[in-house]
Write a protein that binds this ligand. Structure first.
Ligand SMILES: [Zn+2]
Length: 215
């Protein structure tokens, strides 16, 4: 399976998604609670391959709490949009909602992802799309050839991300959903809940309608 949601260790943990290939990419790291289980599963799936890159879809603790520990374990580079990278670099447990989840963020090294940049696993070519709104530095990864969107907390199967936390913006979320609605999306791998194997665009359009109904 070339896009796989890893075993969930806690209910409120974000989905950790492994994009397969010779140079696999992990998308999001979870809270880091029960991290040993997550690392053991990753090791088994990597089967000797390196994990050079971990992409973080945005700043929130349920997605980034385990990032430093996993990056240290696999000598991986952490990558995200600059607008959210800054709060991880300074280890800000408030701006990442760490304190809300009962966790702490340690300062960590994070590289910047540019809008439109392509990350290749050898099997998949994922384009970075900036989708601010849920947070200032939220991103999605998109592969045109397979019409696959890895959407973080911007859009879910049957919902959209909240926009009431620090750096979030309802208007930016609407603009980002509009931007995503121009793409052909079949498979949708969101930051929480189940994936959709087909018809992903429908969830983006429905998300836009939801925002229009609740301005
Ligand atoms: Zn979030």
């Amino acid at each position: 399976m070339s896009f796989r949601i890893l075993e969930q260790t806690l209910l409120f943990d974000a989905n950790r998604i492994l994009i397969d290939g010779e140079r696999p990419i992990l998308v999001d790291a979870g809270t880091g609670f029960k991290i040993e289980d997550a690392i053991a599963e990753l090791k088994a799936l990597l089967d000797g391959r390196e994990l050079e890159r971990i992409v973080l879809t945005h700043r929130h603790f349920d997605h980034v709490g385990g990032a430093k520990r996993i990056a240290d374990e696999f000598s991986s580079e952490l990558l995200m949009a600059p607008a959210d990278a800054e709060v991880l670099r300074r280890g800000d447990s408030e701006a990442t909602l760490g304190t809300d989840f009962g966790g702490r963020i340690e300062p960590m090294e994070v590289g910047d992802l540019a809008e439109g940049e392509t990350l290749s696993t050898g099997e998949h070519d994922m384009e970075v799309i900036y989708t601010p709104g849920h947070s200032a530095g939220s991103i999605c990864l998109y592969e045109e050839s397979s019409a696959t969107l890895v959407s973080g907390d911007t859009v879910f199967v049957g919902g959209i991300g909240r926009y009431d936390t620090p750096s979030a913006s309802r208007d930016e979320l609407e603009a980002s959903l509009r931007k995503l609605s121009a793409l052909k999306v079949e498979a949708l791998y969101p930051g929480h809940g189940p994936e959709a194997k087909s018809g992903g665009s429908r969830h983006i359009i429905n998300g836009l309608r939801m925002l229009e109904d609740y301005p």
